[in-house]
Design a binder for this molecule. Structure first.
Ligand SMILES: Cc1ncc(COP(=O)(O)O)c(C=O)c1O
Length: 332
């Protein structure tokens, strides 16, 4: 079971939007030219800065007109949806330096292990030359993949042990999910997600890949139970009648925001359904190592990765994708 830090998470934190497209426009003040700089953080690790020099005649144009000439409408649309979350980050409470700031309880950060993580990181030998090259390609270095396989084989107990060829490393779980959107879906496709859900999935799948989230209402059914699978099948059938192309079911286990895990029969039910419909099963297991006994909960379901299920008779393994990242268990 997963404990209180997950349970108090707000559904709908806006972090995914930060990851996939904050656009800041600032105007330079040199004598002859204006400078418009568009900072487009594609994710936390890669910030692309584009500087465009404008001729002095453009100074007469309104600023918004210049913006429209120089960045995409997609960028402008995202700018207008800039979440309040950024204002919170810019004004974080600190007892000494910012006592009037905001205490942020809308972000699932693991502050408990910071001292341990810092001393572990500082105790590691420095980077070798290989780390300063393009390395082994764009899906993660061999060394990192080997270490991740070793780690996940121990903690997630996959039925088929993971090897590096099963794995793509990305900068954060949001990025991995967005890669699923790009790889498995086309713009305009739909991904089924049971309610309630972490609404940032909408921006992760939608902002750039153009993939829609199709919410599955649970009514009186427990969203984590095997009975919920039937609701997904009904939703897929309804989507088919409406000519909506459903490409995947997205699970979140342990679940944000419910803080509960799917039992084995439900996971198997989703696998069977995905096989029947010929669609993918994406399992966001980011909180898989943030679980513990909770004596106050009456749901004893332990976390179980989709990878740990013997799925041979249930689903084509090529349809199953698990996402895990270090941002919750070890700090971002
Ligand atoms: C369920 C879920 N998936 C994915 C993410 C994004 O993870 P990351 O910060 O590693 O991109 C979060 C972050 O809060 C999350 O709650």
């Amino acid at each position: 079971m997963i404990g209180p830090t997950l349970q108090h998470l707000r559904s709908g934190t806006t972090k995914g939007v930060e990851d996939v497209g904050d656009v800041e426009i600032s105007r330079g003040a040199s004598q002859d030219d204006s400078h418009i700089s568009s900072r487009i953080p594609w994710n936390r690790a890669n910030t692309v800065t584009v500087y465009t020099r404008l001729s002095s005649t453009l100074q007469d144009f309104s600023f918004s007109r210049a913006m429209q000439n120089k960045i995409s409408f997609r960028g402008l649309t995202l700018e207008s949806r800039k979440p309040v979350f950024f204002d919170v980050l810019n004004n974080l409470w600190d007892p000494e330096s910012n006592p009037d700031g905001i205490v942020n309880i809308g972000l699932a950060e693991n502050g408990l292990m910071q001292a341990e993580m810092r001393s572990f990181i500082n105790a590691q030998p420095g980077a070798d030359n290989h780390a300063l090259t393009y390395g082994d390609g764009f899906t993660g270095s061999k060394k990192l993949k080997a270490a991740m396989c070793h780690f996940l084989n121990r903690h997630f107990q996959p039925y088929v042990p993971l090897n590096p060829s099963h794995m793509c490393i990305t900068s954060g779980a949001s990025n991995a999910l967005e890669n699923c959107a790009w790889a498995l879906c086309d713009p305009g496709d739909y991904v089924l997600v049971g309610r309630p859900y972490w609404t940032t999935f909408q921006s992760i799948f939608g902002n750039r890949a153009g993939v829609n989230i199709l919410e599955v209402a649970m009514g009186a059914v427990d969203p984590m139970s095997v009975d919920a699978v039937a609701r997904f099948e009904e939703a897929a059938e309804q989507a088919r009648r409406e000519d909506k192309r459903v490409k995947a079911i997205l699970l979140c286990s342990p679940n944000n925001p419910l803080g509960r895990c799917y039992p084995e029969d439900a996971l198997k039910g989703y696998m069977r359904l995905c096989q029947k419909l010929g669609i993918h099963l994406i399992s966001d297991e980011l909180y898989g190592l943030s679980v513990w006994e909770n004596p106050d909960s009456n749901d004893p379901t332990q976390f179980r990765s989709v990878l740990s299920i013997d799925s041979q008779k249930l689903v084509d393994p090529q349809l199953v994708h698990a996402v895990w990242g270090m941002s919750k268990a070890s700090g971002p």
